[in-house]
Design a protein around this ligand. Structure first.
Ligand code: GLN
Ligand code: ZN
Length: 777
C-alpha cells in the first residue's frame, strides 16, 4: 500500500489563462472578482487533473509568486506597500510589481526578484531587518483549503518552511536573519494549528535550502525550528528537492517530523542512508518522477529500484514527483502539432501524475495489474534510446575526437590583438551594440503572417532584409564603429538556433512560468545535435555587403542554448553542451570564411547553470568554459571573438571567464554604477572589455556626461586601450525613438573621451569631468 501525492502543480494554466487574467486585471479592464473567478477555476481544474492521488497539494497556487504568498501569510509585506488604504490584493501586486492595477493609487519600489534555486523561475525576495515582526494572516490558505475540501479533494496544504523563508530573504540592514527565527516560529506554529483545525492532517513544509551548503548556525536553526513546531497538531512532511542532502542528511534525520520527502532523482544514492537514519514510524516520500524535465519516466527501471524498498517500508513509502511540477508545462494532450514519435517520449505535468499512479498500481497490485501502461511506456522509452534521429554516429564520433587543441587559439591575446588592430583599424574606445535592434510591430507581424502561411518565405526574407538595411543605415548615421545586423529575423536567441539545428523540437503550448505572468516556452533538445547548413551566414554577409564598416556576426553560445532548453536526460549535460559547441563552431568558421572578422558568441546564461553547491562549480565551469572555447577558438588570430554576458556578478567566476579567452567581453554594469568592476581591481583581466553604459532595461536616455563618467570609472581599473563602449544588453525590447538618442550620446561620449585622451594623455581624466570644456560634447 503506497501513498501517492504531488508537491505542486503549474498554476499558469494549460492555455496561460492566469497570465491573461492577470494582465487584464493589471490594465484596469477587469475586476478583482473576475480575476479571482479565473483563479478558482484553474485551481478546481488542476485538482481535477491530479485526482486519483492520495494527497493533493493546496496552497501551491499563486496569483504571482509562492514566496510572496508566504510573506503575506507571515504578515511581512514591505511597509511601503501597506500605506495605501485599499484591498489586500492591491497591496500584494504592489509588492510584486511596484504598482497594482491601472487606476489604483500608489507606485512603490517593486520587490526584488531573484532566481528560485537553479530553475528559471523567479521569486520575490522577502525583505527582513532587525525590526521585522511577523503576524499570521492565514486567510488565503484557509480559504483554499476550504475550497478544496468542498470539492472533495484530500488536501495537503503546502507552505515554505521557516528556515528556507529566512534564508531566501534579504537582510536590509545587514542584521543576522537568524535572529528572526524566534519571532517567526510562533507564527508558523499558529499557522499549523489553524490548518489542523481546518481539517488538514498533513502539511507539506518545503525546505529546499537543505540541498545547499549550510553552516552550523543554519543547520542548528533546523533543529530549533522543527523541535518548536513539533506540537502534535498536524503531521509535517519536511520536503527537500533540487539535489542531494549530503552533510545535511544527518541534520534532517534528527528532526522530529512525521515524514521526509527526498529528491530520488538526484539523490537516489542517499535514500538507503536516510531510511537507516529515520525512525520506524516516519514516512519516507521518494521523488521518483522528474518534475523538472519533460521526458517519460523509465517505469521499469524505477520499479526495479522501488520494489525492494516498498517491501521494506510498507505503508511508510510515499511516492511523488521529485520537485513541484511548476517547472514543466501542463498537459501534453494539447500538443497536437508535434511530431507524434517524439511526442510519445514526453510527459508534461498531467502525464507525470499518471506515471505516479502506474507506479503505485504496480507496487500495490503487481506489475501485471498495470501491464498495458507499462508496456506503452517501455516502447516509448526504448524508441527514444534507439532511434537513429536521436543517435547520430558522426556526432558521437566527433565528441570522441575532441582534444584540448580544439579549444585553443593559435596565439596569445597580445599577438592576436596586434593582428586584429591591423586588420580592423578601430579607434580608441570603439563603440558597438550587443546585437539586437528594436523588434518592431512590423517585424513581429511579418513573422506571425509567415507562421500562418499568409506570407511566403521569400517575401518574409525581403521584409527582414529591409529591416537590416534600415538598421545598418541608422548605425552608420550614428557613427558606431562596429556594426551589427540587428537580429530582425530572430524571434528568440535560443529558439532561432534550435529551429536550425537537428536534434531539437518545439511545443506549441509548452509554457513554463518564469515570473508573475511571464512564461517561456523552452525548446526541447531530444537528440544528437548537428548543423545541416549554415544558420546565420546569409543574413550577416548581406548586412556586411551594405557597409564598409566592420560587421559583427552574432551567435548564441552552447552553454546558453543548453541552459535555456529542456535537454535530454540520457547523457551528461556536458556531452550535450559539447555537441552544441561543435555545431556553433562550424557556424563560426563559416562566418569567418565568408569574410566576417568579428564574431560575438553570447553566453547570457552561463552563470545560471552554476550548481547550487559551490563544491560542484568547478566541474560545471570546466565543461562550460571548454564548450565555449571549442565553439569560438578555431578562428585565425585576425578574427576577433566577442562574448556577452548580461549580469554583473563576476567576482566569483572571473578566472573562468578569463579562461574563455574571448578577445572582447561585453557585460552589464550600468545599473550598478560600475561597482561590479571592483573585481578588476584584484583580478587582472587580460583581454578587452566593454562595460555596459546604457541600461537597456529602462526607458531612460543616458546623458553623454553620465556615460563619460562611467567610462572614466572603468578606466581606473582597466587601461583605456582595452575598453569598449556599448549598451548593457540587446536593444530588441526598446523603441527606435529611445535607441537613437541614447546611442547618439554614447557615440558622443566616445568621441569626447578620445579627444580627452589625445589632449591629456594617460593622466587620470576623472577630475577633468568637472572642468568646463575639458570634454567637447
Ligand atoms: N545578442 C542578443 C541581443 O542583443 C543578446 C541578448 C542577451 O544577452 N540576452 O539581443
Ligand atoms: Zn544581455
Amino acid at each position: 500500500m503506497v501513498t501517492t501525492h504531488n508537491l505542486g502543480f503549474p498554476r499558469i494554466g494549460a492555455h496561460r489563462e492566469l497570465k491573461f487574467a492577470l494582465e487584464t486585471f493589471w490594465s484596469g479592464q477587469s475586476s478583482t472578482d473576475a480575476l479571482e473567478a479565473v483563479a478558482a477555476q484553474l485551481r478546481a481544474r488542476h485538482w481535477q487533473d491530479q485526482s486519483g492521488l492520495d494527497l493533493i497539494p493546496v496552497g501551491d497556487f499563486s496569483l504571482y509568486d509562492h514566496v510572496l504568498d508566504m510573506s503575506v501569510t507571515l504578515g511581512n509585506l514591505p511597509a511601503r506597500t501597506r500605506s495605501f488604504d485599499d484591498d489586500a490584493i492591491h497591496a500584494y501586486f504592489r509588492a510584486a510589481r511596484g504598482r497594482s492595477a491601472k487606476n489604483t493609487e500608489g507606485h512603490v519600489a517593486a520587490g526584488e526578484m531573484t532566481k528560485w534555486f537553479d530553475t528559471n523561475y523567479h521569486y520575490i525576495v522577502p525583505e527582513l531587518d532587525a525590526e521585522t515582526r511577523f503576524q499570521l494572516n492565514a486567510t488565503r490558505l484557509l480559504a483554499e483549503l476550504a475550497e478544496a475540501r468542498r470539492q472533495g479533494v484530500t488536501a495537503k496544504p503546502v507552505i515554505l518552511g521557516p528556515v528556507s523563508y529566512l534564508a531566501l530573504g534579504k537582510s536590509k540592514d545587514g542584521s543576522d536573519r537568524l535572529t528572526l527565527l524566534k519571532r517567526i516560529l510562533p507564527v508558523y506554529a499558529s499557522l499549523l494549528a489553524a490548518l489542523a483545525h481546518a481539517g488538514a492532517t498533513w502539511v507539506q513544509v518545503d525546505e529546499p535550502i537543505l540541498v545547499t551548503e549550510l553552516d552550523d548556525a543554519w543547520q542548528n536553526a533546523f533543529i530549533e525550528a522543527y523541535s518548536t513546531l513539533d506540537t502534535g497538531s498536524v503531521k509535517i512532511l519536511l520536503t527537500t528537492y533540487f539535489g542531494q542532502l549530503k552533510e545535511n542528511l544527518a541534520v534532517i534525520a534528527r528532526l522530529p517530523v512525521q515524514g521526509i520527502h527526498i529528491d530520488a532523482i538526484n539523490a537516489r544514492d542517499e535514500v538507503e542512508a536516510l531510511i537507516k537514519l529515520t525512525y520506524p514510524s516516519q514516512v519516507i516520500s521518494l521523488g521518483v518522477v522528474n518534475g523538472r524535465n519533460i521526458w517519460k519516466t523509465d517505469l521499469d527501471a524505477t520499479l526495479d529500484w522501488l520494489e525492494p524498498l516498498s517491501q521494506k517500508l510498507g505503508a511508510r513509502l510515499w511516492l511523488a514527483p521529485h520537485a513541484s511540477l511548476l517547472h514543466v508545462p501542463v498537459d501534453l494532450a494539447f500538443e497536437t502539432g508535434m511530431d507524434a514519435e517524439i511526442r510519445a517520449w514526453m510527459a508534461f505535468a498531467v502525464q507525470k501524475i499518471a506515471e505516479l499512479k502506474i507506479l503505485a498500481g504496480a507496487l500495490t497490485y503487481g506489475r501485471e495489474a498495470v501491464a498495458t501502461a507499462l508496456a506503452a511506456h517501455r516502447d516509448a522509452v526504448k524508441s527514444r534510446r534507439e532511434l537513429a534521429r536521436v543517435n547520430n554516429a558522426s556526432v558521437k564520433a566527433a565528441i570522441r575526437d575532441i582534444s584540448a587543441s580544439l579549444g585553443q587559439r593559435r596565439h596569445d591575446f597580445e599577438t592576436r590583438a596586434a593582428r586584429q588592430a591591423e586588420k580592423l583599424h578601430l579607434p580608441l574606445y570603439p563603440t558597438t551594440t550587443i546585437g539586437s535592434f528594436p523588434q518592431t510591430h512590423d517585424i513581429r507581424m511579418a513573422r506571425t503572417r509567415l507562421k500562418k502561411g499568409q506570407l511566403d518565405i521569400e517575401d518574409y526574407k525581403n521584409l527582414m532584409r529591409q529591416e537590416i538595411q534600415r538598421c545598418i543605415r541608422e548605425q552608420e548615421k550614428l557613427g558606431l564603429d562596429v556594426l551589427v545586423h540587428g537580429e530582425a529575423e530572430r524571434n528568440d536567441m535560443v529558439e532561432y538556433f534550435g529551429e536550425k539545428l537537428e536534434g531539437f523540437t518545439f511545443s506549441q503550448n509548452g509554457w513554463v512560468q518564469s515570473y508573475g505572468s511571464r512564461c517561456v516556452k523552452p525548446p526541447i533538445l531530444f537528440g544528437d545535435i548537428s548543423r545541416p547548413e549554415p544558420m546565420t551566414v546569409e543574413w550577416i554577409t548581406y548586412a556586411a555587403s551594405l557597409t564598409d564598416k566592420p560587421m559583427k556576426g552574432m551567435l548564441t553560445g552552447p552553454v546558453t542554448i543548453l541552459n535555456w532548453s529542456f535537454v535530454r536526460d540520457d547523457q551528461p549535460r556536458a556531452t550535450t553542451c559539447y555537441q552544441l559547441a561543435l555545431a556553433i563552431r562550424q557556424e563560426v568558421l563559416d562566418l569567418e570564411k565568408a569574410g566576417i572578422h568579428i564574431i560575438q558568441i553570447d553566453e547570457a546564461a552561463l552563470r545560471e547553470g552554476l550548481p547550487l553547491r559551490r563544491s560542484q562549480w568547478k566541474e560545471y565551469l570546466s565543461w562550460a568554459v571548454e564548450s565555449f572555447r571549442i565553439a569560438a577558438n578555431g578562428v585565425a588570430d585576425e578574427t576577433q571573438i566577442h562574448t556577452h554576458m548580461c549580469y554583473s556578478e563576476f567576482n566569483d567566476i572571473i578566472a573562468e571567464i578569463a579562461e574563455m579567452d574571448a578577445d572582447v567581453i561585453t557585460i552589464e554594469t550600468s545599473r550598478s554604477d560600475m561597482e561590479l568592476l571592483d573585481v578588476f581591481e584584484t583580478f587582472d583581466y587580460p583581454n578587452q572589455i566593454g562595460p555596459g553604459v546604457y541600461d537597456i532595461h529602462a526607458p531612460n536616455i543616458p546623458e553623454t556626461s553620465q556615460i563619460i563618467g562611467l567610462m572614466l570609472k572603468a578606466g581606473r581599473r582597466i587601461p583605456a586601450a582595452r575598453l569598449w563602449i556599448n549598451p548593457d544588453c540587446g536593444l530588441k525590447t526598446r523603441q527606435w525613438q529611445e535607441v537613437i538618442p541614447a546611442l547618439t550620446n554614447m557615440v558622443n561620449a566616445a568621441r569626447a573621451l578620445r579627444a580627452g585622451q589625445a589632449s591629456h594623455g594617460d593622466q587620470d581624466l576623472a577630475p577633468l569631468l568637472e572642468a568646463p570644456g575639458a570634454f567637447p560634447s
